[in-house]
Design a protein around this ligand. Sequence first.
Ligand code: AMP
Ligand code: MG
Length: 438
Amino acid sequence: MKHSPNDPILLNSSLHVDEARKAIADLVKELLEEAKNIDDPSKLISVSLDQAINRILAEDLLSPIDVPAADNSAMDGYAFNSACLGNSAVIVSLKVVGTAYAGKPYEGGISVGECLKIMTGAVMPDGCDTVIPQELSNSQSNQSIEFKQNLLKPGENRRLRGEDLQKGKPAIKAGRLLRPSDLGLAASLGVASLKVHRKLKVAILSSGDELRALGQELDTGSIYDSNRYSLTGLLNRLNLDIVDCGIVRDDPASLKAAFCNAAKVADVLISSGGVSVGEADFTKQIMQELGDVGFWKIAMRPGRPMAFGTLKPVAGQASPRKTLFFGLPGNPVAVMVTFYQFVRSALLQLNGANQTEAQLTQAISELTIRKKPGRTEFQRAILGRGTDGKPTVKLTGSQGAGILRSMSEANCFVILHHDQGNVAPGDWVDVALFEGLL
Ligand code: AMP
Ligand code: MG
């Protein structure tokens, strides 16, 4: 890989977040290329629509039908032949000869001087190509209607067969992270199941002698392991298979065994802790044996140290592929920030998604935010609305990398870019929302 553990550039300077993202994206691309040559019968699976939410579509969904299937009315009104329209304000009078309902078409035809009462979605009867909305026509006791000749253009208020989607054309492109609207769209085409990529298997572990599992007693200096739980939440949001490898002590043999076990079963390993100054040398040694991993100092806050690379296939592994490895920092907020910034899109990309970037929005900062140029910062904040209706954002208290409460109370990150300096009240800032709407 491009940035190896002993790269002299990286030992002494910090990596811009964009460079780190690029290196990650490049390596994921390499892994995807390699995976093409590995025979894996479970790569694509078919799932019913009710199981398809948040899965990634593996093949284009081609529409088996024209949508709409027939010309139909876009309004409640009267359908007629446009031959009677013209440029003048002359009054046209048409006799109403029947009614067409959605799901109950009018079987007969109509002649010159006639029209048909028609409901939205009803199939256009033979001989009709235009619909005058009910509210624009002057109805004479339901027997006939009158309107000015130049009120409408031929073809108005008619939906054409295949106008939304033609038979055989892609309705949803491969690589889509399936959302509720996609499931509705597939159903509207009569499609009951979709071909999706199998879920990635992601192993997680926490490393540190001070960590205790929930239910254990807290002795002096120990803390509960929270990172595996926030990571589980983050991974569940992406609908991935999680392999929980527990807490691993800071000793080479345990760490090595845990990494090998994870590599055997998972596509990706995410560890937290053990990559900061002091501990990194020890982890580096193990990584040199197990794979190709770079130890990065990233110009960001929180989340400066991070390890990234691949683990070699190990004996007994079902398919001979490398395991993508993220060694996240131990601090609970740094874990979530580095996941958001680096891991999330890599997992989506590795799982076949074509749109992997989280969307940003902008809001007005209510207060001053101190920021030094030369690093990217992710501050925890609450997005709201000012009295003038404009979006505003306010930081949630103390922003220490270990203070999970600042994260829990927040609903977004304020992202302060590498070259950006202090923010003054009233300045617009970039914001990444924690929740997606659809
Ligand atoms: P490290 O990166 O291992 O030096 O850890 C940095 C800080 O994060 C230390 O205060 C650790 O105690 C804390 N930490 C590491 N792992 C976890 C974890 N799984 N849960 C909660 N805190 C952690
Ligand atoms: Mg540690």
